[in-house]
Write a protein that binds this ligand. Sequence first.
Ligand code: GLN
Length: 276
Amino acid sequence: MTYREALERAGAYLEECRIADARTDAWYLMEYCCHMSRTQYLMKLREPVPEEEYARYQELLQQRGTHVPLQHITGEQEFMGLSFRVNDQVLIPRQDTEILVEQALQQAKAGMRVLDLCTGSGCIIISLLKLCPGLLGTASDISPEALQTAGENARRLGVETVFIESDLFERISGSFDLIVSNPPYIPTGVIDSLMAEVRLFEPRTALDGREDGLYFYRRIIAESGPYLKTGGWLMFEIGSDQGEAVSGLMRRGAFRCVRVVRDLSGLDRVVIGCRC
Ligand code: GLN
């Protein structure tokens, strides 16, 4: 079996399994399994795949065929141009979340203190610290397993962050210039209609925003007072249909300059507001 044939079959197999980007994922798994760039592949397409490598490739395809996310198989996801380790204990970083990081970078300056609530893989706080050197980062999550992954990501990417196991502000002390969060925001009743990759393999605690999806926004807005300096910013990622609700909560919570920011597809994605 040549590389070209193996890839062709793999794509067809994943299509049969109704994997969304079957052909792309077949390639990513080959790249991962055979340690091969696209150029190397093009040079080797007519060569036979060594037996062991082929067997390993089939194993990975079978996993992906059962809807295990690609990132759980390869163990990584790129975010803000950085490579993050991921596993089934953390939400896989999404490209949409880069909008939140970009908004935060507009306010961030060396010496400021930033807090990331529900840090998961740590992708938000770690990207901020990488891209704005001198920023002082604290991050919390209720899950010790998530914090372990976030800690590993911070170490690998060479940034210093204080990680605290905490239910939102419970164990946080001090005040911050910037608080960012991509909290769980999917209404409980909607989770079962999400794609299998998310519904079956991503941690439910990272998805579930309770009955109306707004539980964590309400709590963070209500509890942020003592932790956000006057003139400091609170910034959230939101679901695309939550812009009005979350900006309303912030305005009523005495935030000013409240603004909804759209993502690249024109959907509401981030809400920001300044503490009076
Ligand atoms: N902050 C992490 C991220 O954006 C995790 C978010 C979450 O678990 N809801 O990927």
